[in-house]
Design a protein around this ligand. Structure first.
Ligand code: PLP
Length: 426
């Protein structure tokens, strides 16, 4: 018996095959920034809104909803498996607009999710559970890195398509169209609903129409990632254009993964929703029931606090109006800071053209700097940005924008002095 015990205790771990996975680049960058003691350090990494003083912003609408909830008395009971029903209904109405929502209400399935990431994961689980063969998932290149992780981890074959032309520093719409013309029928296409991460470039309304026609012709499933509604134009309805186009005008089945992390500043509350616009009432009932089963086995039921805040904001006219004003405040500050960075780069004589920066919109600026400059900015100037030179415009303010522009200019002038043309380095 003793022999058996000791041989068991010296057995090899069943996790011998675990690989070491390097930490997530953006979270690791934040940790590095936090450790840096340089007083003028600037964090342009993580896509989280900051106010004009570089601080996280508690939205006035969220603050008011929070106070109201506390006055009403909060309980800490479980939510239903699908989440708070008033929140789910209000989120669907918000995404579709009241008219389309009224027409389609009984063909919609919704499930509260762990923010936008959880919504994407639920969408993947549902697609997986409803197909005999896993469909291909087409993902723009570049994109938010977690798209690949979410769908790879569920076993989907993922294929990147060219979204951006690094030479022209602009969208590559022709590559986009030609991918859609050749895509395997029944595949899934990940669509950034607005404010594309990282490029800050979205299709025009006409281009969205063409994309929708091509997708419908090949029976491709549009899966919208709507993490930045309100950040492009300041108006959520304007930013929901593509979602409504596919569902209303094109009458297509579509999935929408919405996050309230950014546009309500509820990053840590993990509040989001997966919405599926079905073709029929029957599939709506069935997919709704499957989402309930999938959610139960994943998280049992979702967190309550963010759902209560969002539900109150979306459900009360005064709070909703405040929230629309808050979204305008955020997007307006981003627009100003983008312009301020551009103006500073131009007036300081930063080599190259910077027109691409003001063509972009939303939370991010995609600078087009080579990796060695990104590293130099981090190590010498304490300016932190993603390795692909994506910056979170929200990290800029009146107090640091000139410093950032000057740091970029100095790095570029230095390599120009060495005989390298900066844009040729890409
Ligand atoms: C494009 C995109 N989609 C989805 C998300 C999901 O964010 P969360 O899970 O925090 O809502 C993010 C967050 O950065 C994002 O950039």
């Amino acid at each position: 018996m003793a022999t058996t015990l000791s041989s068991t205790s010296t057995a090899q771990s069943r996790f011998e095959q675990a690989r070491f996975i390097p930490p997530d680049a953006i979270f690791a960058l934040t940790a590095q920034y936090l450790k840096d003691s340089f007083p003028q350090k600037v964090n342009l990494g993580q896509g989280a809104y900051r106010d004009a003083d570089g601080k996280p912003w508690l939205l006035p609408s969220v603050n008011k909803a929070r106070q109201t909830l506390l006055e009403q008395g909060l309980n800490h009971e479980y939510l239903p498996i699908l989440g708070l029903s008033t929140f789910r209904q209000a989120a669907a109405e918000l995404l579709l607009g009241p008219e389309l929502f009224a027409q389609r209400e009984n063909k919609i399935a919704t499930c509260q999710s762990l923010s936008g990431t959880g919504a994407l994961h639920l969408a993947g689980l549902l697609l997986k559970a409803c197909q005999n063969r896993l469909p291909k998932v087409y993902i723009p290149e570049p994109t938010w890195s977690n798209h690949h992780q979410v769908f790879d981890s569920l076993g989907f074959p993922c294929e990147s398509f060219k979204y951006y032309d690094h030479e022209r520093k602009d969208m590559d719409i022709d590559s986009y169209y030609s991918m859609l013309k050749q895509a395997e029928p029944n595949s899934v296409v990940i669509l950034h609903a607005c404010a594309h991460n990282p490029t800050g470039l979205d299709p025009s309304k006409e281009q969205w129409r063409e994309i929708a026609h091509l997708m419908k012709a090949r029976n491709l499933f549009p899966l919208f990632d709507a993490a930045y509604l309100g950040f492009n134009s300041g108006n959520l309805d304007e930013d929901a254009f593509a979602i409504r186009l596919f569902i209303r005008e094109m009458e297509m089945e579509a999935g929408v993964c919405v996050s309230f992390a950014k546009n309500m500043g509820l990053y840590g509350e993990r509040i989001g929703c997966f919405l599926l616009a079905n073709n029929s009432k029957q599939t709506a009932v069935h997919t709704q029931s499957m989402l309930e089963m999938l959610q139960r086995s994943e998280v049992s039921n979702p967190p309550a606090f963010g759902a209560k805040i969002a539900s109150l904001i979306l459900g009360r006219d005064d709070l909703r109006q405040m929230w629309y004003a808050d979204m305008f405040t955020m997007s307006d500050r981003l627009r100003w800071m983008r312009k301020a960075l551009y103006d500073n780069l131009v007036s300081l004589g930063a080599p190259g053209s910077w027109e691409h920066l003001i063509r972009q919109s939303g939370m991010f600026g995609f600078l087009g700097l080579p990796p060695d400059i990104v590293l130099e900015l981090r190590e010498t100037y304490h300016v932190y940005m993603a390795d692909n030179s994506r910056i979170s415009i929200a990290g800029l303010n009146e107090g640091n924008v000139e410093y950032v522009a000057r740091s970029i200019t100095q790095c570029l002038l230095r390599i120009e002095g060495l005989g390298h043309h900066p844009s040729a380095a890409l």
